[in-house]
Design a protein around this ligand. Structure first.
Ligand code: UD1
Length: 345
C-alpha cells in the first residue's frame, strides 16, 4: 500500500512510518519540519498540511492517508487557541478537500481521548451524573474530584466507550472533535472511508522534551535527569492510561489495513489505550525509581482545562481490528528512563 503520513517526522508519525516500512508498505511523509532529503525507502515532502498545493502534490499516487500532523497538548494559555484551530481544523479541512480532488478516499485520523472531557462518572447516591468543568475556585480549594451536581459528593470515574458524548474542555479537545466531525462529513459526502483513533497518553522513545507541549512523562523524565523532583499537580491521584508509541503505531497500521477494505463503515472511532490505568503520582514514582532520582513532590498546583481522569475502554479496537497492546507500563517506563537523552527530540 502507498501511505501518506502527515506529521511523519513527529513523535508518533515517525514510529508509524518505521512500522509501515517494516510491514512492506511504501511511505511518503508530509511534514513542515525541514528534513533530510528523501531516501530510497521514504519520500519526504517538506510542506504544511494547511497549504493546499503542497498537500495535493503530496497525495499523488497515494492509496491511504494517515493524518498525524497536529498541534498537541493542553496549550499554555488562550493565546494558543488560533493555532489549535488553524493547524488542526484548518489543516484537516485542506487535507480532506485535497483528497477529494486527488481521488484519495481512505483516511486514518489521529484523535484523542480528550474528546470525552471528564467522561463517565457515578455518584454513590444518584448514579450516573454529568461532570461539569472544574472551576478555578474548586481547584484552588483543593477540590479536584468532579462532584455530583445534585448532592456535591465526589464521584467515581468509569471507563468511557466510543459512543459516549463528546464534551471538550479545552481548545485542543475542541479542535480534535472538529477534526472528527469534518472527517465524518467528508466520508459521508464523498463515499470515502475513515477511522479515527482516540489516543490515550502516548509515551516512549523520541517523545518531545523541554517544550511546554511535552507530555507529563517526558517532563518528569527531564526533571529527574536534571537531578530535580518531578512536580506532580493536583493531589497526584488523577488517572491516565499511558500507552506506548509502538502500540499506537501498530493501531495505526491495523486501521490502515481495515480502512482499505471495502467492508468497513464510512466512519468508525476507536479508543487506543493500554488498559492499565495509573495515577500521575504512580507514574512519577516509577520514573523516579528507574532513574534513582528524588521522590516526586505533590504540589497542589493545577492547570485550568485539565480533566481529572482520562480512562476509556479500548476493547473495540481489539474486537474489531485484532489489536492488543504489547508494552506493559512497567517495561515502558523503564525503557523511557533508560533512553539516551540525545535520542529524544
Ligand atoms: C495528553 C496529551 C494530549 C492527548 C491526551 C490524550 C500531551 C502534552 N498531551 O493530554 O495530546 O490528546 O493526553 O489522553 O502529550 N502534570 C503534572 N505535572 C506536570 C505536567 C502535567 O502533574 O509537570 C499532570 C497534568 O496536570 C495532568 C497529567 O499530568 O493531570 C497529564 O498531563 P499531560 O501529559 O499534559 O497530558 P494530558 O492533558 O492528559
Amino acid at each position: 500500500m502507498r501511505i501518506l503520513v502527515t506529521g511523519g517526522l513527529g513523535f508518533i508519525g515517525r514510529k508509524i512510518v518505521l512500522t509501515a516500512l517494516e510491514g512492506g508498505h511504501e511511505v511518503r511523509i508530509l511534514d513542515r519540519t525541514p528534513a533530510l532529503p528523501s531516501t530510497s525507502t521514504v519520500d519526504v515532502v517538506t510542506g504544511d498540511v494547511t497549504d493546499a498545493a503542497a498537500t495535493e502534490a503530496a497525495l499523488d499516487g497515494i492509496d491511504v492517508v494517515c493524518h498525524q500532523a497536529a498541534k498537541v497538548g493542553l496549550g499554555v494559555n488562550l493565546q494558543d487557541m488560533p493555532a489549535y484551530v488553524s493547524d488542526n481544523d484548518g489543516g484537516t479541512a485542506v487535507l480532506l478537500a485535497a483528497m477529494h480532488r486527488a481521488g484519495v478516499d481512505r483516511l486514518v485520523l489521529a484523535s484523542s481521548m480528550v474528546v470525552y472531557g471528564e467522561g463517565r462518572y457515578d455518584c454513590p447516591e444518584h448514579g450516573r451524573q454529568p461532570a461539569p468543568p472544574r472551576s478555578k475556585q474548586a481547584l484552588g480549594a483543593g477540590q479536584f474530584e468532579p462532584t455530583c451536581e445534585l448532592c456535591g459528593t465526589p464521584m467515581t470515574p468509569g471507563l468511557v466507550q466510543e459512543d459516549a458524548p463528546l464534551d471538550p474542555r479545552n481548545a485542543y479537545a475542541a479542535s480534535k472533535i472538529a477534526q472528527e466531525h469534518l472527517t465524518n462529513i467528508w466520508a459521508n459526502q464523498t463515499g470515502g472511508r475513515a477511522i479515527a483513533l482516540r489516543y490515550h497518553n502516548v509515551y516512549g522513545p523520541g517523545m518531545p522534551q523541554d517544550t511546554p507541549y511535552a507530555g507529563v512523562a517526558s517532563i518528569f523524565r527531564s526533571a529527574l535527569l536534571g537531578g530535580e523532583a518531578p512536580q506532580v499537580f493536583e493531589d497526584g491521584q488523577q488517572r491516565r492510561d499511558f500507552v506506548h508509541v509502538a502500540d499506537v503505531a501498530r493501531a495505526n497500521i491495523a486501521s490502515i489495513n481495515a480502512v482499505t477494505r471495502d467492508a468497513t463503515a464510512p466512519y468508525r472511532a476507536y479508543n487506543v489505550g493500554s488498559g492499565e490505568v495509573r495515577s500521575v503520582h504512580d507514574m512519577a514514582r516509577a520514573l523516579a525509581e528507574a532513574l534513582d532520582g528524588p521522590e516526586p513532590v505533590v504540589t497542589g498546583q493545577f492547570r485550568l482545562g485539565d480533566v481529572r481522569h482520562i480512562t476509556a475502554d479500548s476493547h473495540r479496537l481489539g474486537r474489531e481490528l485484532g489489536w492488543i497492546p504489547g508494552v506493559s507500563f512497567a517495561d515502558g517506563m523503564r525503557e523511557l528512563a533508560a533512553e539516551r537523552s540525545d535520542s529524544m527530540t
